[in-house]
Design a protein around this ligand. Structure first.
Ligand SMILES: C[S@@+](CC[C@H](N)C(=O)[O-])C[C@H]1O[C@@H](n2cnc3c(N)ncnc32)[C@H](O)[C@@H]1O
Length: 328
């Protein structure tokens, strides 16, 4: 992929939700200043990084906000011209930091399935946790066709298009979380203003932004532990030290997609080995390549050991706005 086609593809993904930003990205595809800020053989996400870099500068008050300007492209281009060195470095070094709190809505029924089966408190380990907001899933309020789960008192409210309903009895399951640990190559500290700004710079729509801001407020009251590092390296030792009085549940959403294929296999083998050695829960959105099924859909994979067979129990989309529950 060259820089022009990377911008064109990214512009297409914005066309429906945000045509103004799509227009700016399309113009980048034919603009020498923008093209020069991407390497010759860019990764697919680099236009997103460039857009986020410009937004971050605006959020910090260092440049005008192109999104509220009368001529967005003129403002955007002048930022590229004036801050090209910084933006070029940001594109190279800043991995994509989307953090989709809405995903908790599709994860909750899987967590409740595990909690119901184990009857133990849970120790959560999230792989690719970003800011750790999805480690707080039990503090949010959920709506499904069969009812609600959690406390509504001003918490983050999550709902969506439930194409095949989840079983009503799951909503009676209560959970206790003993530990919450996230691992990320670049954890984002959303207790700091700049950390939250970084996540907001990768925003896709207003609801995404509102959920980030609200859940960050909740996180600040009692933040989870976030460890910086590669989970392929750190996870085996963490699993060896599991607390037998709780059930450790490892989960990941949209992180293994960034791993080389051999590391995806390695992760699967780490989980199989740990499952063979003791009780474990596993929840994951495997990549389309991993499960070899329809592109665009994301299956939700569940594993509970002992006896762990990993099964696809539901389907969703990348933004987790719909859910199709399958029988467990
Ligand atoms: C697209 S974000 C998803 C964040 C969050 N799981 C969600 O669904 O909102 C992917 C995250 O995975 C992290 N990541 C990718 N590969 C990793 C690895 N090998 N070890 C630790 N973190 C990794 C990235 O740094 C990034 O924060």
């Amino acid at each position: 992929m060259n820089a022009t086609s990377a911008f064109e593809r990214f512009a297409t993904s914005y066309q429906v939700g945000d045509p103004a930003t799509a227009d700016v990205m399309s113009r980048c595809a034919n603009d020498e200043v923008a093209l020069a800020l991407l390497p010759d053989d860019p990764s697919w996400d680099m236009p997103h990084r460039l857009l986020a870099g410009v937004r971050l500068l605006a959020a910090r008050g260092e440049v005008d906000d192109f999104e509220s300007a009368g001529d967005p492209w003129a403002v955007f281009r002048s930022v590229l011209v004036e801050h090209g060195d910084w933006i070029g470095r940001f594109v190279r070094d800043q991995t994509i930091q989307t953090h989709v709190v809405q995903r908790c809505w599709v994860l909750l029924p899987l967590f409740l399935t595990i909690a119901k089966a184990s009857q133990k408190p849970l120790d959560l380990i999230e792989l690719g946790a970003s800011g750790g907001l999805n480690l707080l899933w039990d503090r949010y309020f959920y709506r499904y066709k069969a009812g609600t789960w959690g406390a509504a008192d001003g918490s983050v409210e999550l709902s969506g298009d439930e194409r095949t309903p989840i079983p009503a009895e799951l909503l009676d399951v209560q959970v206790t979380i003993n530990r919450r640990t996230g691992i990320d190559l670049h954890p984002v500290d959303v207790t700091s203003q700049d950390g939250l700004r970084l996540l907001l710079a990768f925003r896709r729509d207003d609801r995404y932004e509102a959920l980030l801001e609200h859940s960050a407020e909740i996180l600040r009251q009692d933040p989870p532990e976030l460890i910086e590092g590669n989970y392929i390296e750190l996870l085996p030792e963490m699993l060896e030290k599991r607390d037998p009085s709780a059930l450790t549940v490892v989960f990941q959403t949209h992180s293994t997609i960034y791993l080389p294929v051999e590391e995806r296999r390695e992760l699967r083998s780490i989980i199989e080995t740990a499952g063979a050695e003791g009780p474990l829960g596993w929840i994951s959105t495997p990549t389309p390549e991993e499960h070899g099924e329809r592109r665009g859909d994301y299956p939700l994979e569940l594993g509970i050991w002992p006896g762990g067979e990993r099964k696809i129990v539901a389907r969703t989309n990348v933004r987790a706005t719909w859910l199709e529950w399958q029988e467990v």
